[in-house]
Ligand binder design. Sequence first.
Ligand SMILES: Nc1nc2c(c(=O)[nH]1)N[C@H]1C(S)=C(S)[C@@H](COP(=O)(O)OP(=O)(O)OC[C@H]3O[C@@H](n4cnc5c(=O)[nH]c(N)nc54)[C@H](O)[C@@H]3O)O[C@H]1N2
Ligand SMILES: Nc1nc2c(c(=O)[nH]1)N[C@H]1C(S)=C(S)[C@@H](COP(=O)(O)OP(=O)(O)OC[C@H]3O[C@@H](n4cnc5c(=O)[nH]c(N)nc54)[C@H](O)[C@@H]3O)O[C@H]1N2
Ligand code: SF4
Ligand SMILES: [Mo]
Length: 730
Amino acid sequence: MRTTRPTMCRFCDNGCGVLVDFEDGLPVKARGDRDNPAYAGFCCIKGQNVPDQWNHSGRLLQSQKRLPDGTFAPVASSEAIDAIAEKLGEIAAKHGPRSVALYEGTYSVVNPATMPIAKAFMEALGSSLVFNANSIDMPGKAVAQALHGTWQAPSPPFESRDVTMLIGANPLVSFQMGLPIANPGRELNAAVARGMRFIVIDPRRSETARKAHIHLQCRPGHDLFLVAAMLNVILREDLHDAAFVAENVAGLKTLRAAVEPFDPELVAEQADVPVADLLEATRTFAMGCGVATAGTAPSFNGQGTLFEYLLITLNTICGQWSRAGDPVAHTGTLTPAFPAIAQASAPYRGYGYEPKLRVRDIANCDGGLQASALAEEILLEGEGQIRALISVAGNPALAIPDQVLNVRALEKLDLLVQIDIKRSATARVADYVIAPKLPLEMAGMTLSQELYGFYAPGIGYKEAYAQYAPPLIEPPEGADVIEDWELFYALAQRMGLELEIAPATAPGAKSSGGRVALDMTRKPSTDDIFEILTRDARVPLSEVRKHPHGAIFRDETMVVAPREEGWIERLDVANPEMMTDLADLAASLGKAGAAGLDSRYPFRLINGRLMRSYNSNGQDLEGLRRKWPYNPAFMHPDDLEREGLGAGDLVEIRSEHGSIRGIVQPDAELRAGVVSMAPTYGGLPDEQDAKVREWGTNSGRLLRVDDSVDRYTGQPRMGNISVSIQAVPD
Ligand SMILES: Nc1nc2c(c(=O)[nH]1)N[C@H]1C(S)=C(S)[C@@H](COP(=O)(O)OP(=O)(O)OC[C@H]3O[C@@H](n4cnc5c(=O)[nH]c(N)nc54)[C@H](O)[C@@H]3O)O[C@H]1N2
Ligand SMILES: Nc1nc2c(c(=O)[nH]1)N[C@H]1C(S)=C(S)[C@@H](COP(=O)(O)OP(=O)(O)OC[C@H]3O[C@@H](n4cnc5c(=O)[nH]c(N)nc54)[C@H](O)[C@@H]3O)O[C@H]1N2
Ligand code: SF4
Ligand SMILES: [Mo]
């Protein structure tokens, strides 16, 4: 018997509303849901492979325990959790709670119950060492917003924008980065058809750049210079929004002086873009109403905080914020209603606070505790050494820069627990692997997607959309799988810890206050957890549940309120530390561009994500392996020809720090001199050279954890790496 059910895809965090067809109760096909008002029938190739993921032979149906000889044996999850609780208790008692750390990967965002319960567990245990993947993503965004201050109303609504500028973002492949979540292709086409101007800065003529009116196909690593030059041009030509700045911004004079050295001619030459295009992009952006958003690439250059600070400053001086009386398109649905007020929140120091790490003076910041310091914290002996790590829904053995160092550290732990749907690289070095449920077996909701709206300007849903997805299917017969959050609850129970979680909130929103203690004797259901998380929601979860295809919950009455009487806070465009960094950057002008190239490493390696994988997930599914099962090293055809290379040839890619094998493919859309690879592929260091054609390779081996570290977040350089390319025999 065939049935069809609407649900929410959770292969990535775009949260698409999809339909799944079941044949005799088993999933056979997933496709877009035309009845979903936001996604309107969209479902990418990964989403279409969700049934395959469920049926896949590589899926872990039983938790695993590592035996003394290094092999794994299945273990009942309750038995594994007993043993883990006992060992964690011993380690914490002997070495203090700080010897236990947590790493939260991307899928802990996708499943909204995971992080609150995992964090509650760590808190109850007394350890503040919670690392997450955002710290090796764009942690500078949060710190920059803190230093700049936040506008208490959103960016201009997507529908009313005249202009969108994207820097190092490819949302037609990656989703959410600068175009509305949901169906970015449809949104972009409609916006361009109604006249929105679209500007993209990217060394590759990416899927997204192909739609741009102006594409600056720059050298990688020049985004800071380009944005500084834009600020200079805008202030020189008085294209900024003077009225907005006079009322709401502090520091313009200082900023004006600080960006003056960034002469557009010089910067254009260094970044190798036509100066006329740089000027046109600048003027188009400054004179229209819109928003500029960056993806990951500019954060990967060692100065993500400064870059994001200049970017938000660019938005601010151009007045790219909603004003009093403007409609508010997204008023919160599963989050509380938040007031939109045309005023600034005071800037604050969003970095340098507890917990502080023992290595390299790295401290916590608004972007999260720096995961690239985890290995050193494990390896450095003495008080405070990390001895146990729980890694949930991430793959640190592939994702954290300097793979060799990381894997060495993971192997040194007294206890590594990995919760993973498959035998991932991290699972293969773990002591215990807990087998979790898959999305079709779990309840889901769009709370995380909604919270993205606060991540940075230009990110998130464009309207008040929400969906709840019930579990649709039981795990396969004989499976012993739990939800990620249940591991932490079960550990807490065994260790006699009480857990408390807080309802989701939004900046400025009224909350019912206080945290909710979980019943530690009678286990709550996932729905119970969801109820707590959405307790202050503008639209009750029970209402959202009535709309299985998702719904838009408009509130036409929501408009931006005027500034409060006597309000004096201003957005700061001249934070002293940022200005110091900017002066250093100005001093490096003339040393960048072609002058910055190292003849031993003549190419620049950049990251570029692929539609058919999500970080390290999806690589095992037949339907996603068809074209290339590995991550090719894309190069310009002219470069390949000059190096005597052809499609499919094996090469060695060497950086100052390490070397990997890669398989080259021509990509005429890339700038010459650039090599683009998808990150987080491959296996463990000792496996991958032999298996490069089967699984690809891990470009994180070319990185160092202490290379060009952002001094606010601790994030090292992760892109624009100087490399050489050498043919090697197969
Ligand atoms: N060199 C280089 N390194 C990078 C990047 C780069 O561009 N270049 N990008 C960085 C970025 S932006 C990020 S976000 C990080 C990503 O870092 P991580 O989040 O650590 O890595 P992922 O590959 O997303 O890990 C996902 C893991 O979760 C498993 N999984 C899938 N679904 C579930 C589930 O429902 N439950 C559980 N428990 N597990 C599940 C998958 O099998 C996989 O092992 O990598 C960073 N590392
Ligand atoms: N299909 C798919 N979607 C994903 C992911 C995935 O693995 N697959 N990963 C998810 C995650 S965790 C994240 S953080 C996001 C990332 O989302 P994005 O940041 O949008 O993704 P990327 O493809 O890494 O990079 C975007 C673009 O930056 C360009 N670029 C590289 N170096 C530079 C540079 O120096 N300057 C400029 N201006 N551009 C540069 C690349 O050519 C690429 O087109 O995607 C998410 N979505
Ligand atoms: S974009 Fe993400 S959520 Fe949407 S179908 Fe693809 S994998 Fe699923
Ligand atoms: Mo990411």
